[in-house]
Design a protein around this ligand. Sequence first.
Ligand code: PLP
Length: 367
Amino acid sequence: MIGGTATLLTRSVLDSRPEPRGLEPFVAAYTDRYRFYGSGKAALRDGLATIAEPGENVLVPAYLPDAVVEPIRDLELEARFYAVTDRLAPDHTDLDGRIDDDTVAVTSVNYFGFPQPGLDELAAIADDWGCYHVDDNAHAACSVDEGTLLGTRGDLGLTSLHKLFPVPNGALLYLTNPAVEDAFEPSRFTGTNDRIGVDDYRYLLKSVATDVLETHPAVDALVSRGDGEPTSTPDGRYEASKVRMSKLAVQILETVDPAAVRRTRRGQYRAWQRALERRGDVRPLFAELPDGICPQVCPVYADDPRTFLAALERAGVDDAYTWPRLPGDVLEDPAYATARHLSRHVVALPVHRALGRETIEAVTRGR
Ligand SMILES: Cc1ncc(COP(=O)(O)O)c(C=O)c1O
């Protein structure tokens, strides 16, 4: 049985290597213009605060999790959605029609760790209008496309460290444009904590409890109680994410090996690709896995996602999910039908190390 995402204990044992490299040397090989945060949303908030004035608007893809627009609204900016195609590219005609003199920035998203399809045209439109380009690379901190670290295209960008590494929280804000870096002012969410806090202990306890006592409900109830629990509303989740990066995350990130993490995830991704070739009802969203890309998950299009998820569960994969939970405005507007369709049919398959190849093979056969 695959019990959720691999926990700290599992991963630290499985990923341990004699000479761990650490995250910062990896990032520093590509850029020195970055700041630490507790979450991608907090990083986005401070990045936008650097470039935007209340009343302006920020263009974001309609295919986006609901809480990601909260930092935009927090700054009294309008989150204006543009339509996407079924390749996850911006619908450039739709985008061009929504941009106006009050648009301060256009956001692209490197979905699931893959470079944003149709990026050049989006960047050209932003350029024509004199807007900033935000490179949202929340999903995969160590994806590199043709020598460029994803998240460092455009004027500013972000990446979430907690989506890839076994850390309680963590993100980077990239201040790629030197003028944006000059104008940047840190907030109380910028940087890292000096001391191990209650949430760090809770995370450690939960990691140990999940590994050692996975089936013990009393312990699970004990460790999942408390202030750090995410709330279910998008603004509640955003408010809870407005923190600095934890001390425990700092310490763990000093020991991770981004190249090894990328190798593992690419291997698991290829295993899914091979296995799913034999299923006619499921297709990978990205046909290729280019060099340097570190997939966060293996995203697939499922004709019947419910049946597919049930087959995954039966095979022992209980951490696959449809993605994302869309913002309310997107759910109501007919212009965003493709984003809605994708959110129902795209299934994210795990590619972490704890997933056994025999489990992947079992999904090939299961119906
Ligand atoms: C595309 C995208 N951007 C930004 C974020 C926010 O990242 P974080 O969870 O680190 O706040 C997410 C979170 O899922 C996301 O999917």
